[in-house]
Design a protein around this ligand. Structure first.
Ligand SMILES: C[S@@+](CC[C@H](N)C(=O)[O-])C[C@H]1O[C@@H](n2cnc3c(N)ncnc32)[C@H](O)[C@@H]1O
Length: 246
């Protein structure tokens, strides 16, 4: 599969309307306060009212937090179906006026150099065929003094009990049958490099940014043990932030 085919699949199947609905069903398992605290730490020094670009905004979980913190958020995502839910979620919270959402590709950002005060992205790098391009794009569009905040994760190996618990949770929460993911990823999993926290930090340094923090265990702060237990503990998140020198 070519990179373009992977993206086409991501846009129209992996993150289509029914998977967007399923994705949103997990929202309540994430702790708003935990994510807010993590983002506050990562964006320290970015004042309220500043412009934050969110790459791969999805259904708007992080977007809502950023908007509620007083930022002007420019968000984009490859999938219009995910963005439709994000728009609805933001409207429900009365935050639409602080957010502008549009379709876009993290590997080729449609913005001039040095235009935003911060770039934030959660759980998007792993979905990209060329995550290093997305990091380079973040560095390019940041103003000097701006902050890049990448949160991503990795899949953990699980025992059978944990796997089944995760699949049952998914079935009862979203109606997806065990194994639904296999069909999705069989064709292109080897096209997704899924870079580590250390590689994200390395890449940011190569782009001329100064790394501020590499946190390889954010789940404790953000999603807590209930989500991890229910989901079979198959995922752990990490966070890397960096500043573009003035
Ligand atoms: C796991 S979801 C994360 C959504 C959101 N960032 C969040 O934290 O809830 C991955 C998102 O990445 C988006 N995505 C995948 N490839 C992308 C690309 N090339 N450019 C922008 N977004 C992309 C998907 O459409 C999906 O919304």
């Amino acid at each position: 599969m070519s990179h373009q085919e992977v993206k086409q699949f991501m846009r129209s199947e992996r993150w289509n309307a029914s998977n967007a609905k399923a994705y949103d069903a997990y929202r309540f398992l994430s702790k708003d306060q935990g994510w807010r605290n993590l983002l506050r730490g990562m964006l320290q020094g970015v004042p309220s009212g500043a412009t934050v670009l969110e790459m791969g905004a999805g259904t708007g979980f992080i977007t809502s937090i950023l908007a509620a913190e007083g930022y002007q958020v420019l968000g984009f995502d490859l999938s219009e179906d995910m963005l439709d839910r994000a728009r609805q979620n933001l409207a429900d919270r009365g935050l639409s006026d602080r957010v502008s959402l549009r379709q876009g590709d993290a590997e080729s950002v449609d913005l001039p150099d040095s235009t935003v005060d911060a770039v934030v992205s959660r759980w998007v790098l792993w979905t990209l065929p060329r995550p290093r391009l997305a990091i380079a794009e973040a560095a390019r569009v940041l103003k000097p003094g701006g902050i890049a905040a990448f949160i991503d994760g990795r899949v953990l190996s699980q025992g059978w009990a944990a796997r089944w618990r995760g699949q049952l949770t998914d079935y009862f929460l979203t109606g997806r049958k065990p194994g639904w993911r296999d069909a999705c990823y069989a064709n292109f999993d080897d096209q997704l490099p899924r870079i580590s926290a250390e590689e994200v930090a390395e890449c940011l340094t190569e782009q001329g940014l100064e790394v501020r923090e590499v946190n390889t265990d954010v789940d404790r702060i953000t999603d807590g043990p209930v989500r991890s237990w229910l989901m079979g503990g198959g995922w752990t998140s990490h966070a890397v932030s960096a500043v573009k020198p003035i």
